[in-house]
Write a protein that binds this ligand. Structure first.
Ligand SMILES: C[S@@+](CC[C@H](N)C(=O)[O-])C[C@H]1O[C@@H](n2cnc3c(N)ncnc32)[C@H](O)[C@@H]1O
Length: 386
């Protein structure tokens, strides 16, 4: 096994803690290694994620090389003989015990967590086929709405491609792409991306708006908005304005919006396949705290929606407290917001539903989405913040 790979894996696994997410530490460690080949970087990343994915089975007192080998063997066995891992064993070892009190744990969900995630790219609007042809080793889902959503099956380092630097591709999970497709902003409209972060969904919204109109991008974290600026420069997304907002009762602007996206901070249970380290650092207390933050944010953002405007709530988690409970709380407090049935782009022929829960078994991160439209009638009463 390559010495540099072992060193990187060791550094990440040893720094494992609640405040230092493994993917962030890995990024730093990879940056530290000068002239590491993409192949070795990929090997290191794979080994780190395999160790956290199989952590419930692995003896953490063994050497890092032994842990890498054990994780590799478990992954191979799972690939070849998934049924050799019964559901009760997966429930006991693959996820923390508290999760079964927070969501419905299914066999398919547990099994999806133990397989390696798929790599999705977003091409610019209308350019999916072209991007796939240039990169090669790509697959595009057959559904029309997902024509710019490209699965990458190759082994190139995409961050070094001309297409990445020209803003022609973004690495973005399929289910995150679905959130912006459900927002469906029109060119010329005014939107608020209330938790814009580093701008994954904002860049997509901007592209769907053909760079016309305006998006207010708020977040409470300045460095995330700085990263958004760099990404927007690469994508040539100019129709946005960023602003700090702490998620409290005072919105950052008096502007009234045609639409708003609250892609809220959440426990991230939906990302546990891609980010297995988080299974061991997230707690039931986080779920309760974040559900309260989400409820507060929706209430503030609702006050900034024009009559006839839309509000979209999304979270990459699957706990009941953070998903349907939050949507119900909002609906009860704001009866003038009418639930908008959602067409699932993955199943366009299915009957639209009041909310949408996407699972990792659908191909990407677990994601919950709900959408409302504010009634146009005059004389509505705004519900007070609680
Ligand atoms: C799910 S992430 C957003 C991801 C982003 N929309 C994207 O697609 O890349 C949630 C964001 O909410 C922000 N956040 C967390 N707590 C907040 C709060 N109290 N007020 C405002 N933003 C907050 C975080 O900084 C984070 O960027």
């Amino acid at each position: 096994m390559n010495e540099r790979v072992i060193k990187i894996v060791e550094a990440v696994v040893r720094q494992n803690s609640r405040t230092t997410p493994a993917d962030g530490v890995l990024r730093i460690e990879l940056k530290r290694q000068k002239e590491l080949s993409p192949d070795l970087a990929r090997k290191a990343a794979r080994a780190v994620f395999a160790i956290f994915r199989w952590r419930g089975w692995i003896d953490a007192t063994r050497t890092i090389v032994e842990q890498i080998e054990e994780a590799d063997a478990l992954q191979e066995r799972f690939k070849k003989a998934p049924t050799s891992f019964p559901d009760d064993e997966l429930l006991a070892h693959a996820v923390p015990a508290w999760i079964k009190d927070e969501m419905e744990v299914s066999s398919s969900w547990l099994r999806s967590l133990q397989s390696e995630p798929r790599l999705w790219l977003r091409a610019r609007v209308g350019q999916g086929d072209q991007l796939a042809a240039i990169l090669g080793d790509c697959w595009i889902p057959p559904q029309r709405a997902l024509a710019d959503c490209v699965e990458y099956l190759g082994s190139e380092d995409l961050f070094r491609t001309r297409e990445f630097h020209a803003g022609e591709l973004e690495l973005q999970d399929i289910n995150s792409q679905i959130v912006s497709l459900i927002c469906a902003p029109k060119p010329g409209e005014t939107w608020w991306d209330a938790c814009a972060g580093e701008g994954g969904k904002l860049l997509h919204l901007s592209d769907l708006m053909q760079n016309k109109g305006l998006i207010w991008a708020s977040d409470r974290t300045e460095w995330r908005l700085k990263r958004l600026k760099i990404r927007a420069g690469r994508s040539k997304a100019f129709n946005y304005r960023s602003v700090l907002w702490d998620g409290g009762a005072k919105p950052p602007t008096k502007t009234k919006f045609d639409g708003a996206l609250v892609d809220a901070p959440c426990s991230g249970v939906g990302t546990w396949q891609r980010n297995p380290h988080a299974r061991w650092t997230t707690t039931a207390e986080d779920v309760a705290e974040l559900a309260a933050v989400q409820k507060r944010m929706l209430r503030t953002v609702a006050g900034s929606i024009k009559p006839g405007g839309r509000l979209i709530y999304s979270v990459c988690t699957l706990t009941k407290a953070e998903t349907s409970d939050v949507a119900r709380d909002f609906q009860e407090a704001f009866p003038d917001f009418i639930c908008e049935p959602i067409v699932n782009p993955l199943k366009p022929e299915a009957t639209p539903t009041n909310d949408l829960c996407l699972w990792p078994s659908d191909g990407g991160n677990g994601m919950y989405i709900a959408a409302w439209r504010r009634q146009k009638e005059a004389g509505r009463q705004e519900t007070k913040q609680t």
